[in-house]
Design a protein around this ligand. Structure first.
Ligand SMILES: Cc1ncc(COP(=O)(O)O)c(C=O)c1O
Length: 365
C-alpha cells in the first residue's frame, strides 16, 4: 500500500529535517573491497572459533558490558570507569555530541575529515565550525587554534585523518586541549594501529581529552559493531547516561577476550598492510599519480576531472575504490584502502589499466 501523507502527518524536529544525509555506498560489494577502509581479509581465527561456539541460549540474555569494559580498560592501561564500550565509534561520536553539544555551542573540526562528525553535529542545536585544510591536507593547526572561542565545546580530530591519511602530532593535540579547557578534545584513533602513535596514555591526565578506538579496522570486526570511548571519569559518567545500556551486542562482547588475546594475528595484519602501503605508494609514484602521504590503511590520490570514470573502470576490473570528490577541497580525488601486498598488486594492475584508458581517451580528443 502506498504511504499516505496528509497535512497532519507527524513532522520530525526541525533539526532533523535540516540534517545532513549520509548514505554509504554499500551495495554490490562482491569484489576486492578497497572502498571502506575495512580489514580486507578476515578477523582473527580465534574470534571465529568463539563465534562458532556461542552457547545455546546465550542470545536470550541481555548483554552485560561491564566485565568487558574492565578488560578493555586494563588492556589500554586505564581504569574501568574511564572506559565505555560502544556500538562502534559511530555511536561513540553520537553519544559524545548528544552529551555535550547544545544551542550556541560550536563543534570545531578540520575538513576534509570523517563525515559523521558533521552528520551527528547537525542533529544537535550546536553549529559546526569547519576549518579547511590547505592543499597539502595537513592539519590546519594554527587556523584551528585561531578559531577557538568560548563557545567551542568539542574539537574533533581524527588521527590519522580520513580521507587524507595525514596526522596531528602529540604536541599539537596537547596544545589544542590546553587552549580550549571548556571543550572536549575528541581524538578519534580509528586508524591507530597503522600509525602507531596515540594519546590514550594521557586520558585522565588531561581533564578534557576523550579518545576513541575501534575494532572495525585492523581487527576486522566492522560487522560486529564495537568501539571504545575513553576519557576522564567525570565526563564518562555523563556519557553513560546517554548511552543505551544494551547498545553493544552479546556476540561482540563474547569475542572481546579472543580479540585482545590474538596479538599475533593483529601484528601480522598490521605489518602486512604497512608493507603493502609502501609498495602501493611506490606503484603510484611510478604511475605519476599525485598522492598524500598516509599513516592509515588507505591512500588518497589525485585523479582529476575523470574521477567518476576511474572509479567505474576500477569496479569493472573487480576493485572497489571510493570517490571522495564531494569532500571539502577534494574534487577529483579518490581514496583507496590498503589491503595485503597480494591484493594491492592486483589493485596496482587495475589502476595502471584504468589510467591508461583515461589517458588514451584524452589523447584521442
Ligand atoms: C575516522 C573514523 N572514525 C570512525 C569510523 C567508524 O568506526 P566504527 O566502525 O567503529 O563505527 C571511521 C570509519 O570509516 C572512520 O574513518
Amino acid at each position: 500500500m502506498p504511504d499516505v501523507v496528509t497535512a497532519l502527518s507527524p513532522a520530525p524536529r526541525a533539526r532533523v529535517q535540516a540534517m545532513k544525509e549520509y548514505y554509504p555506498p554499500l551495495g554490490s560489494r562482491d569484489a576486492l573491497r578497497l572502498d571502506f577502509n575495512e580489514n580486507t581479509l578476515d578477523c582473527s581465527p580465534k574470534v571465529r572459533e568463539v563465534l562458532a561456539n556461542v552457547a545455546a541460549g546465550a542470545l536470550t540474555r541481555y548483554p552485560e558490558r561491564e566485565p568487558m569494559e574492565a578488560l578493555a580498560a586494563a588492556r589500554l592501561g586505564l581504569a574501568a570507569d574511564q572506559v565505555v564500550l560502544t556500538n562502534g565509534v559511530d555511536e561513540a561520536i553520537h553519544v559524545l555530541f548528544e552529551t555535550f553539544l547544545e544551542a550556541g555551542d560550536e563543534l570545531l573540526l578540520p575538513v576534509p575529515t570523517y563525515a559523521m562528525y558533521e552528520v551527528y553535529a547537525s542533529a544537535t542545536e550546536a553549529s559546526a565550525v569547519a576549518v579547511q585544510a590547505a592543499d597539502d591536507l595537513r592539519l590546519p593547526f594554527e587556523r584551528l587554534i585561531a578559531e577557538i572561542t568560548p563557545r567551542t565545546k568539542i574539537i574533533a580530530i581524527a588521527n590519522p585523518n580520513s580521507p587524507s591519511g595525514t596526522v596531528a602530532t602529540r604536541a599539537q593535540l596537547l596544545e589544542l586541549a590546553r587552549r580550549a579547557p571548556q571543550a572536549v578534545l575528541f581524538v578519534d584513533e580509528a586508524y591507530f594501529h597503522f600509525h602507531g602513535e596515540t594519546v590514550i596514555d594521557l586520558v585522565g591526565a588531561l581533564p578534557n581529552l576523550v579518545v576513541a578506538r575501534t575494532f572495525s579496522k585492523a581487527y576486522g570486526l566492522a560487522g560486529l559493531r564495537i568501539g571504545v570511548l575513553a576519557g576522564p571519569v567525570e565526563l564518562m559518567r555523563w556519557m553513560r547516561r546517554v548511552l543505551s545500556p544494551y547498545s553493544v551486542n552479546s556476540l561482540a562482547l563474547v569475542c572481546l577476550p579472543a580479540v585482545f588475546e590474538d596479538e599475533a594475528y593483529l601484528d601480522w595484519y598490521v605489518n602486512e598492510v604497512i608493507a603493502a602501503r609502501t609498495e602501493f605508494e611506490a606503484a603510484l609514484d611510478a604511475a605519476g599519480v599525485r598522492r598524500w602521504p598516509s599513516r592509515g590503511n588507505f591512500v588518497l590520490l589525485e585523479i582529476g576531472a575523470r574521477h567518476a570514470e576511474f572509479v567505474r573502470l576500477m569496479r569493472a576490473a573487480g576493485v572497489l575504490v571510493r570517490d571522495r570528490s564531494s569532500d571539502p577541497g577534494c574534487d577529483g580525488r579518490v581514496r583507496i584502502t590498503i589491503g595485503t601486498r597480494e591484493q594491492m598488486k592486483q589493485a596496482a594492475v587495475a589502476l595502471n589499466q584504468a589510467l591508461a584508458a583515461l589517458r588514451g581517451q584524452k589523447e584521442m580528443r
